[in-house]
Write a protein that binds this ligand. Sequence first.
Ligand code: SF4
Length: 379
Amino acid sequence: MNQKPTNRCSSLPILERCLGMTGAPIRIGTASEIADVGTDVHTFGASLARDGQAEYEGNDAEMGFLTGQLRRAWEGRFKDEFPNPQVEKYLEADLPQFILSGHPDCYSVQGTHAAILDWKSGHNTDADVRGQLLGYAYLVMEAHPAVAEVDLYAVWLREANITHWPFTRAQVIEWIRGVNRRVARWDGTSFTAGPHCQYCPRFHDCPARTMRAHSAIRDLAAFDPAGMDRAELAARIPAFHEGVKMIEKQCEAYRAWVKQDLRENGPLGDGETELCLYNQRDTTIDPQIAWPILQDALRKKLPDEDSVRDTMSGFIKFQKGKIMEAITELSAAREKGKDKKMLMLQLEEAGALTVTHTQVLQTRKVKHDDPDTHADTPG
Ligand code: SF4
C-alpha cells in the first residue's frame, strides 16, 4: 500500500511557502464550500468548453458578470487554442516524496504542444497561482509524453486579465524536482504561517495556524487606532488586516458548519436557550405575469400613461450581464461583439447608463517584473 501523502496542484503555491502543509488530507474544508460563486463559475466554464454552450439562469448579478466575462474570454480568445478540450479531467503522478493530483479546468494537446487554462473568479491580487499551473503542466506532460512545450493561462475574470507563462518540458521538470527536494528535506516541525494559511487544506488542524489565530484575536480585541499615529498604522495595518481576514474566514467556516449541523440534527441548546434555523421568507415577482397587473393598478391611481411609465420604471432594474447574453444569443456569429457595442453606445447616448464605483478593501503585493510572465486582455 502506498503511504505517500497526496498534494493537489491547487495547494502547491502554499506548499512552496510552507512545507508544513505537505500531506494534508484531501478533503473539502467547510470554508472551501463557502466559495459557491467560484464553484458555479467553474461549472459554467466546464459546460462552455466541453459542450460549446452554457447558460446562467439565475438572477445573481455577480454570477451574471463573471459568466459573461468567462464567455467573452473563451469565445473571443481561447476557443481556437483549445481544440478537443479536456475539461476538469483528473490527473495524477507519482513523485518520490508525494502523489501529485489535480483537475486542470481545461487543457488541450496538439502534437508536442499543450495549452492549459485556469479560470480565476477571485481578484488578481496576492494570489500566487504559478505553482498551481506548473503542477498541472507536469501532470499533463506525464499523461502526454510527446509534449515538449506548454502555455499556461490564468484567466482573471473580474479584471478581464490573463497571466500567461510559456514553459518547456525541461523547465517544468526542473521546477517539480525542486519542490520534491524541499519536501524531502522538511524537518517535520517547521511551519511558516502567514496570509496563505487561509487557503491551506490544513487550515483547521494546523498548530501553527491556531497559534496565529489566537494572536490575531488578541490583537483585534486590543486594537485602538486612536492611540497610534499614521506611521504606526501604516507599519501595522497590512499584517493586522490579514489576521482579521483569517478570523472572518474562521467565523464563516463556523457558520457553515453550524447551519449544516442544525439542518441534519435539529436545534442545539442547553435547556434555557437554543440555536435553531429560521426560515426567512423572500418573495420574488415574475415580471411577465406582474407587468399587466401593476399597469392596471397604477392606471387606477395615476392621471396619465407617462406617470404610469415613470412609476413603473422605478420598480425595474435591468441586469447588464443578462442583456448582453441575450444579444449574444440573438446575433449572428460574427456580429455578436459589434451588436453588443452598438447597444451599449445607444444606451449611453440616451443617458440610460449610470456607472457606480464601490470601494472594497484589497490587499495586494507590489509586483516586480518577471521576464517569464506577461498579461494581456481577453478578446
Ligand atoms: S495552515 Fe499555514 S502554517 Fe499551517 S500548514 Fe498550512 S500554510 Fe503552513
